[in-house]
Design a protein around this ligand. Structure first.
Ligand SMILES: CC(=O)N[C@H]1[C@@H](OP(=O)(O)OP(=O)(O)OC[C@H]2O[C@@H](n3ccc(=O)[nH]c3=O)[C@H](O)[C@@H]2O)O[C@H](CO)[C@@H](O)[C@@H]1O
Ligand SMILES: C=C(OP(=O)(O)O)C(=O)O
Length: 438
């Protein structure tokens, strides 16, 4: 199928779509299954490319994966991991951020692992130094090689005390997936506590792990000798839900997101309301709509949970181009997440990016050369354009811009969006958008 989408914009998105399990949880739960002695079952799994990539990695390592994509169920049987001969790991290098999380489970199962270079969105340098430091603290020996890292644990893995310099999601997950079967107690200070991490902890607890989370970002894990499989229904994708909410706002539409849940979206909902959007929560999902009249400019800072998620930022910025006045957005999680605004400027948006920390407290990127603050002046009509998708959320943001603009836009590279948005073209059509491929 062509990698280009035609979007005839200018009409409000209206209707109902469904979101399923969170990309940033499902892939980690799939990795956790390797730690079990018996098969696991994961439900509410979306059909997205990251799930396919992790399925490929698991199969490579001898995990049998049976999937019912329509029902959204995965059965993961790790009983043959020890007998797998991994010769072809490069096949999946570069596709996602997940390979690094195989370290702990594979060290426990096999005593060694080869991890290819990571992929994921190009929104900053995205080093893995915290991951490697954590693994070394557990007693692993890490050799950097040309196309990845080779890691071994000749003397086993032992509980340790770690303080993260920054509450990294991936590094917290690395620690959890390694500590659950390490010898002794592990304590992590300054841990990330995103809802997807809490759901991973729930999965590990079902498997037999002993993990406690304090209110001060301290996680304690008591290592156990064996873990079993889990049965679990993935929490909803709060990033996808917020993306559709932003699309509803930018196009002056009305979208009911079935499956969206309030507790994980509290911070987004507060911001959505301040911008002038309205929402109604019920037992099945959340209705997001533009009530008419002007939208309001806001000052916003992205942060780790419970702050405003960085992954919500890019779609919302498109809606802010339609708000009255000057909005300020300070991106404090990634140093390079405003590249997508180039295309918005080309469509008529007034957005300036700055190296300074605007609008709030200074962040890690302040005294350095990163354009990590944006000032958006609106409202500005957007004009149809030819756009190239830069990354997952930036790509969805470009789609929203094309839907907001009158006329026909061409959006290239849309397969990047498949990594995190299930059936997005069908969903757009269900909301009345005029979209098509050659
Ligand atoms: C697959 C997945 O779940 N991806 C999510 C995960 O990414 P990911 O787990 O990669 O993000 P992290 O929370 O680790 O990154 C946060 C910050 O820490 C820095 N850092 C991280 C690790 C490290 O070893 N060294 C280091 O300096 C990063 O460069 C970044 O500036 O959390 C991010 C923050 O909520 C989300 O945007 C991503 O959607
Ligand atoms: C940055 C993202 O994902 P990843 O970490 O998989 O690149 C995202 O989901 O927006």
């Amino acid at each position: 199928m062509s990698d280009l989408l035609y979007v005839n914009g200018g009409n409000p998105l209206k209707g109902t779509i469904t979101v399923r399990g969170a990309k940033n949880f499902v892939s980690k739960a799939m990795v956790a299954s390797v730690l079990g002695e018996t098969p696991s079952e994961l439900r509410n799994v979306p059909q997205i490319r990251d799930v396919n990539v992790v399925t490929g990695l698991l199969e490579l390592h001898g995990v049998r994966v049976d999937s019912d994509p329509v029902a959204g169920t995965l059965r993961l049987d790790p009983r043959d991991v020890e007998s797998a001969h991994v010769a072809d790991i490069d096949a999946h290098a570069g596709s996602s951020r997940i390979p690094i999380l195989f370290c702990g489970p594979l060290l426990h199962r096999l005593g060694e692992a080869f991890i290819p270079d990571l992929g994921g969105c190009h929104i900053g340098d995205r080093p893995i130094n915290y991951h490697l430091d954590i693994l070394r603290q557990f007693g692993a020996v890490v050799d950097k090689r040309e196309q990845g890292i080779h890691i071994r644990a000749p003397r086993g893995l032992h509980g340790t005390k770690v303080e993260l310099p920054y509450p990294s999601v991936g590094a917290t997950e690395q620690l959890l997936l390694t500590a659950v079967r390490a010898d002794g107690v592990t304590e992590l200070s300054n841990a990330a506590i995103e809802p997807e991490i809490m759901d991973l902890i729930a999965v590990l607890q079902k498997m037999g792990a002993v993990i406690s989370v304090d209110t001060d970002r301290v996680i304690r894990v008591e290592g156990v000798d064996r873990l079993v499989g889990f049965r679990h229904t993935a929490l909803a994708d709060r990033i996808e839900a917020a993306s559709w909410a932003s699309a509803a706002l930018a196009t002056a539409g009305d979208v009911y997101v079935k499956g969206a849940t309030q507790p994980e979206m509290m911070t987004f909902l507060n911001t959505f309301r301040k911008v002038g959007g309205e929402f109604e929560v019920d037992d099945e999902g959340i209705r997001f709509y533009h009530p008419g009249g002007d939208l309001n400019a806001i000052v916003l800072e992205t942060d780790v949970h419970p702050g405003f998620m960085t992954d919500w930022q890019q779609p919302l910025v498109v809606a802010l181009t339609q708000a009255k006045g000057l909005s300020i957005v300070h991106e404090t999680v990634y140093e390079n997440r405003f590249g997508f605004t180039d295309a918005l400027r080309g469509m008529g948006a007034t957005i300036q990016v700055y190296k300074e920390c605007l609008g709030g407290r200074p962040c890690r990127f302040g005294q350095r050369n990163f354009h990590h603050s944006a000032v958006i002046s609106g409202p500005t009509p957007l004009a149809a354009a030819e756009i190239e998708v830069p990354d997952l959320r930036g790509g969805f943001s470009h789609l929203i811009a094309a839907l907001t603009a009158k006329g026909t836009s061409t959006v290239r590279g849309i397969s990047l969006i498949d990594r995190g948005y299930e059936h997005f073209q069908e969903k757009l059509s269900a909301l009345g958008a005029e979209v098509g491929r050659d």
